[in-house]
Write a protein that binds this ligand. Sequence first.
Ligand SMILES: Nc1ncnc2c1ncn2[C@@H]1O[C@H](COP(=O)(O)OP(=O)(O)OP(=O)(O)O)[C@@H](O)[C@H]1O
Ligand SMILES: [Mg+2]
Length: 261
Amino acid sequence: MCRVYSVSNQKGGVGKSAISANLGVGFAKNGLKVAVLDADPQGNLSSSLGVDDIDELDNALGEYFFREIHGGQIDIDNYIIHNDEGVDIIPCNIKLAGLDFDIMKSFGREYLLRSLIDKIRERYDMVLIDCSPSLNMVTVNALAAADSVIIPMEASYLSMKGLDQLLDSIDLVREKLNRSLEIEGIVINKFNPRTNYEPEILERIRTGRGKELKIFETKIPESVRAKECTAHGESIFKYDPKCKVALAYENLTKEVLAHDC
Ligand SMILES: Nc1ncnc2c1ncn2[C@@H]1O[C@H](COP(=O)(O)OP(=O)(O)OP(=O)(O)O)[C@@H](O)[C@H]1O
Ligand SMILES: [Mg+2]
């Protein structure tokens, strides 16, 4: 059975792409068949896993949506890039950004991604969808296609404010589009235990929303290694398998698998 995760938070720079990439490779290292789907015109997930010149790609998510909406031929294999770390990538580039209007006026506009996932579901154990920092139509598509949402967050006051808006959107999607959508939990990224206010914020999330929301035990530490691996187009497991960030992702992978499998 394939499980589909939407990695979502409308707040920018919290680690959606990093978590999609590293958790994806983490799943693959556990012997699972994994696809990561880039649903952000910035294409950061694609480039962070080594896809070069993303804006030159002909077959990326924008082209897929265009054909799905306007009735072109689609061979899904043309949209899948095999990566040497064991995950398949469905890339995205800037072409998706010009499609808002096409998507808005298309029939079944909330379910375009679900129809893509239906085409690949049988091949994979896990699919991770990396969303853009927006609650736009493509993000709604990701939430409508997913079984569960992973919410990356930084332990900061501003992140906490955005969380309520995200949870409201998830509730709305659940009510209108995808009744069985679950929230997997919050992953705290760029964690720095030496900063005084972070433990306090974690405590606030726990006491405020904690009853309904799981916060994963594993926090991804703030580290320059995490930045560097993105720039190198490699997961942390390949870039520096012994560093504390790699260890944290290994533990996060185990936690998610223990929760779901
Ligand atoms: N644990 C970490 N420690 C330090 N830097 C990190 C960590 N995780 C991610 N980063 C860096 O922070 C930046 C933002 O991360 P990332 O792109 O994953 O966030 P995002 O939520 O996907 O951003 P966007 O909202 O723009 O899509 C990147 O430069 C990334 O390399
Ligand atoms: Mg991103």
